[in-house]
Structure formats: C-alpha cells, structure tokens
Design a protein around this ligand. Structure first.
Ligand code: ZN
Length: 420
C-alpha cells in the first residue's frame, strides 16, 4: 500500500538556502534560484519506476545510492521544492524532499528492500523524468554504490540554463529565440539557405577509435565539420551552423532539433565508421528509411543510434516517440529531397575521395528523423583502414571532404532555385 507523504526537509540545506535568499534579496546582485528553476510538482514511486514531474524547465538530474539505511538520492540542478505531492510505492517506503543547496533540489527515496536504478529519461518537453527501478539483492546494491552518479539531461531545447554562480552579475542576453542556438556563419541575409552540419559523437562518446594511431571519430568529425563550414562560407551564398564546435556531447534528438529550431534547409551529420575488416574503405552516404537497404546499414544504424545510451542509461529520452515517427507525406517529401541530395553528394565526392561501391544506402538513423528537414548522414570513411584514417586526419583530406560537400550543396540549392 502506497503512503501519501508531505514534503520533509533533508538536512539543514533549507535553512542555508533561506539565508542565501535573504542575502540575495538584500544585495540584489544575483537572481533568486527560482528565477530559472522548475519546481517539483509530483513524485510517484512504483514497483519498477519513479516519476518526477516539474512545472518548469530544470537543468540536470543525477541519481546515486546510499547504504545504511538503503536510500536512493536524486538531485535536481535548477530545481526547487516549494510545492508538490509525493507517493511512495514498490521498493520505496518513504519519499523526502528538500532544497539541498540554493541551486539544487534533493529527493531521497528510503528503500524497504534494496533496489537499483537501471536507466531513465526526461520526457520530450523536459517536464517529467522517469527513472527505472529494479529490486536487487544486497550484494548487487552494495556493488552499485561505487559507481557514482548517473546523470540525466533534459532535451537541450527544454533545459533551463545552469544556475548562476553566486555574485555573478546578470548580463543582458540576445534575442530569446536565438538563445542557446549555435552561431550562424556566412552572409547575414536570412533569405539565403541555411545548412546545419553535425559533427558526430563528442564529449564522453568518442565514436569509433582507430587501431592506427588511436584517432577518435569525434575529433575527425569535428575537424571535417569545420572544414565544410569554411568551404561553405567561401561560397558567399550559403549560411551554415554547427551543432557543436567543441568537444561536447549532444543527444541525437538535440542534433536534429537544432536544425529544426533554426529552420535549416539541409542537415548533414558527419561520421567515420569502423569495420571488422581493415580492408573496408571509402565513404558512404546514408538517408532515412524504416527498412534498411542491407544488413550492414542496419547494423551501422543500430551502432550510431546507441550514441545516446551510456552505461545503459538512455540520455536521449523519449526514444520511443522518436523511433515511432510515422512516415507521413511531409516526411516522404523530405526523404525524396534527402535522397536527391545524397546522389549529388556522391557525384561531387567521386573526384575527391574514395567511395564505397553502392555508396548510397538507407537505414533507420535517429539523427535523420526530423520530419521536415532534408537530412543525410555522411560516413566519410573507415577509421579501421590505414589509408582512410590518414586521409581523414590530414588537413588536405579534410579540405577535400569539405569541398565535395560544399559543391554538392551549391548545386542542390541552385537546382531548387531553378525549379521554383
Ligand atoms: Zn559515428
């Protein structure tokens, strides 16, 4: 039987938080923690999951376990605890909640029997967090203790800004619609086509690693994405933005989400593959299809789609929603445009770089699932092949890939203009 709880405070954090608030109000030099925070509205613990609902955007959630007595603690960065209800159930005997620090809300779940967090995700709108639970034996629980925190991130578009550091003066920011969006390079004319280039992987996700010198896919893709950007800027007729221009991790939804939010005319995700055989070489262009063109393409899509799952925790969230996007008419039209662009990209790459036979393939890549943005995934070569990795890691090679992509893009938009 579930027990209804009122909020109870954890430790003396709340007292400190109130003191801080008072200082903040008195000095007026930084905003109150609630200004950019989401309040926890509801916490529900069940047999196999915990659901936390917020009334606004939060920045991040992390979970860890504590023994003696057994507990699961959940910290919500950019969260507050001023209102809401909780319901214990399943292995959770009691729910307690308090403001751990001025920028972090903490929920503690007292456990009647040992239980482990096996994963979880934020909803697509960032307003709820589901954490998966599994009852465990004592030895499993104690070995989980050493694993540290498990982090969950809301989709970037619905993530609150990280809480302000104390004493930081709030500076005016740009237009609200552009907040958090990448910089646009090239001409400032908004009627010119916009291309979003996505450097695959990044941060804690290295992607493929080369057996020849240890080059990591995330570095190669970033260098190539920058080269594509530079070549596009040279044309003077195309605007371009990068999903990332540093070594950082982005979930797949955020990658195409940026392209959609910016109303991009084209989205290109750059990768470099790995194969069992060191002989495999050359580039392949992939476009979206619910049925893969071949088994190899299907396996590659499964590998690339895994980018969101780290240590069994799905960082992408709302996975089911994305993978169940129905191919409606809009998407069909988008897929046709994507396929046309893929053919152009192959044509323009041929003189510049090695391509595989059968170089246009199809599979169900999550990163290509924007229903309204023509998208291709460009596997520029194999990091397992010595010649490919040397080419893709060299400035000259990167420039040739950049030139191939830029000229395909120019022809693509020239055709579009002509057909109007
Ligand atoms: Zn990749």
């Amino acid at each position: 039987m579930a027990v209804k709880n009122n909020w109870t405070h954890v430790g003396n954090g709340l007292h400190k938080a109130s003191m801080l608030s008072a200082i903040m109000l008195a000095t007026g030099i930084f905003s109150s923690p609630a200004a950019h925070a989401g309040a926890i509205r509801e916490v529900l613990a069940n047999e196999d999951s915990i659901l936390v609902k917020f009334d606004g955007a939060v920045n991040k959630a992390s979970v860890f376990t504590l023994a003696g007595p057994n507990r699961i603690a959940l910290d919500i960065l950019g969260g507050t605890t001023d209102k809401g209800t909780s319901l214990a159930g399943g292995p959770v005997s009691n729910v307690r909640l308090g403001q751990f620090s001025f920028d972090t809300a903490r929920v503690v779940f007292d456990l009647a029997t040992p239980a482990l967090v096996t994963g979880g995700y934020f909803s697509a709108d960032g307003r709820s967090l589901k954490i998966n639970l599994r009852r465990a034996v004592a030895s499993e629980f104690s070995s989980a203790m050493g694993r540290g925190k498990i982090n969950f991130l809301p989709p970037a578009l619905f993530r609150s800004k990280p809480p302000k550091k104390r004493y930081e003066v709030t500076a005016p920011i740009g237009r609200a619609s552009q907040r958090g969006m990448p910089k646009i390079y090239g001409p400032s004319d908004p009627t010119l086509p916009l291309v979003v280039v996505d450097a695959g992987h990044g941060g804690h996700d290295p992607g493929a690693i080369s057996p020849h010198g240890g080059k990591r896919e995330k570095e190669v893709t970033l260098a190539i994405a920058k080269s594509i950007r530079d070549e596009l800027v040279k044309t003077g007729r195309i605007r371009v933005a990068l999903t990332r221009d540093t070594d950082r991790f982005l979930v797949l939804q955020d990658r195409f989400g940026i392209a959609r939010k910016m109303k991009a005319d084209l989205f290109i995700s750059v990768h470099a593959d790995a194969a069992g055989s060191e002989q495999a070489n050359g580039a392949t262009v992939y476009t979206l299809s619910e049925t893969a063109s071949d088994r190899e393409a299907q396996k590659l899509a499964a590998r690339e789609n895994k980018s969101d799952i780290i240590n069994g925790v799905n960082l992408g969230g709302a996975d089911a929603n994305v993978s169940s996007i129905l191919i409606d008419l809009t998407q069909r039209e988008t897929m046709n445009v994507s396929a046309d662009f893929a053919k152009l990209l192959i044509r323009e790459s041929k003189p510049n770089m090695r391509l595989r036979s059968n170089s246009h393939r199809f599979a169900s890549f999550v990163v290509l699932k924007a229903p309204d943005t023509p998208s291709v995934l460009f596997e520029t070569g194999y990091l397992t092949n010595a010649k490919d990795v040397a080419f893709l890691s060299s400035r000259a090679g990167q420039r040739r890939v950049g030139q191939s992509v830029a000229s395909a893009i120019q022809v693509h938009f020239a055709r579009k203009l002509a057909s109007r």
